[in-house]
Design a binder for this molecule. Structure first.
Ligand code: GLV
Ligand code: MN
Ligand code: MN
Length: 427
């Protein structure tokens, strides 16, 4: 395969960003996201995929041939939206790598028995609507029209309004129920996602390929404290009800509750803060936090969540501020299909690559795809384990190896046991 072409595609995409290179900021349905979507469509068309988008605006390129079995596609892909000040590789490697895998398979003369599809999901990142993996949740039947219609961005814009402004609403779609109906009727037997590891394990152990066996259980919360603001000079300390201090206490409690479990497999992050009025000489009146808590064990995570909730209530009471504790998502962990785990390992052996089974601590659209298809994930190393930051990096060699393993895996799954290119040493 042509490593430099893929690297070129990644670089081109990384410049479709609201922040300067190497930082990538590409939030759902912004102009840069729309530009990226057009680019992905053009690349899919270039390799001969039949491209469509669904009710959620997910872009799907299909490769099927006459006589192929239409009712159970093998799907691959990931996302191209990027959190503020992210890097160039999170998600994009899976979308661009999926397109490249199709090119590799076509060149090798592969003929799909089950169709192969490459998808670019809508809004894996929760940046705009506070909810992660929005389109894969819909595909899994885990998000209905009523819930979708309740989502608002920071400016009060709904998903449907944002999709419509970006030009991603299908004809005849007038409500969120229509959106969901138009995005949940896939017939997929398997879903395989190629992704950078986003952690340091593969690089540290000098392993080429990570084979994901399960995905940790994520959860997300929005907490709003509302107190009373006032003049920073004139409002005396005994009279204050400072919302930001309540928030600060809660963030520390998140850390304490996680550490008290004594496990390194649970993590808690208070990554989003918004303070009103946000002036140096004004006592904070409102503080809104977003908290992310994840664990490989859902029950231990749930224990931490209840401790954090109780802490929020007692902090609010003691400080005399109002509390609104909103659960954005509490998701179950996912388990990979043993067949796909075996196939990815066989692919690594085929290409003389080292591989090791591992847990995904980050979430991915695969978390939801596992509810409707056999799921598997291929991880490649990323430099120093850095991700969700501008210096995120994966080497062209590691990306190319991931694509080859993906192509092999797709070929085997699409062939369903029939003879195929993977047995003829042509990949
Ligand atoms: C995905 O971006 C995650 O936060 O795990
Ligand atoms: Mn991400
Ligand atoms: Mn990702």
């Amino acid at each position: 395969m042509d490593q430099s072409r893929l690297v070129d595609h990644i670089e081109t995409l990384s410049k479709m960003s609201d922040d300067d290179f190497p930082a990538v900021t590409r939030v759902l349905f912004t102009d840069k996201d729309v530009m990226a979507r057009r680019y992905i469509i053009s690349l899919m068309e270039e390799v001969g995929l039949d491209v469509q988008y669904d009710g959620m605006g997910s872009i799907v390129g299909t490769w099927s041939v006459q006589g192929s079995v239409q009712d159970s596609a093998v799907m691959t892909g990931s996302h191209c939206d990027a959190i503020p000040l992210a890097g160039a590789y999170d998600g994009t490697v899976g979308v661009l790598g999926g397109i490249e895998a199709v090119r590799v398979l076509k060149k090798a003369g592969f003929v799909p028995y089950h169709p192969i599809q490459v998808i670019m999901f809508t809004s894996e990142e929760p940046t705009r609507f506070g909810l992660s993996c929005i389109s894969s949740r819909v595909m899994a039947g885990a998000l209905n029209g009523t819930f979708l219609s309740s989502l608002r961005d920071a400016d009060g814009v709904s998903f449907l309004q944002a999709a419509s402004k970006a030009g991603y609403v299908l004809e005849g779609v007038v409500s969120e129920d229509d959106v969901v109906r138009n995005a949940s009727s896939y017939a997929i037997s398997s879903f395989v996602e190629l992704h950078i590891e986003q952690g340091p394990e593969l690089e540290r152990s000098k392993t080429d390929i990570g084979v994901v066996t399960s995905i940790a259980a994520p959860s997300a919360f929005r907490v709003r404290f509302e107190g009373q603001g006032g003049h920073a000079g004139a409002l005396l300390m005994p009279d204050r009800h400072d919302a930001a201090l309540a928030a600060a206490e809660l963030a520390l409690e998140v850390e304490r509750a996680v550490l008290d479990t004594g496990s390194v497999d649970i993590v808690g992050t208070t990554g989003s803060w918004s303070i009103l009025p946000g002036a140096i000489n004004s006592v904070p009146r409102v503080a809104e936090l977003e908290i992310d808590i994840r664990d490989t064990q859902a029950d231990r995570r749930d224990g931490v969540i209840s401790r954090v909730k109780k802490a929020a209530e007692s902090i609010a009471k003691r400080r005399g501020v109002d509390l609104n504790f909103q659960t954005l998502s509490v998701d179950s962990p996912a388990t990979s299909s043993p067949l796909i785990v075996d196939t990815i390992n066989a692919a690594a052996t085929h290409f003389n690559l080292t591989a090791s089974n591992m847990v995904s601590r980050a979430y991915h659209d695969s978390l939801f795809m596992a509810q409707v298809a056999n799921m598997g994930m291929i991880f490649i190393p990323c430099k120093d384990g850095k991700s969700h930051r501008p210096d995120e990096y994966a080497s062209p060699k590691d990306i190319a190896q991931g694509v080859k393993v993906l192509a092999y895996t797709l070929a085997r799954l699409s062939s369903d046991g029939r003879p195929n290119v993977t047995q003829r040493d042509e990949l």
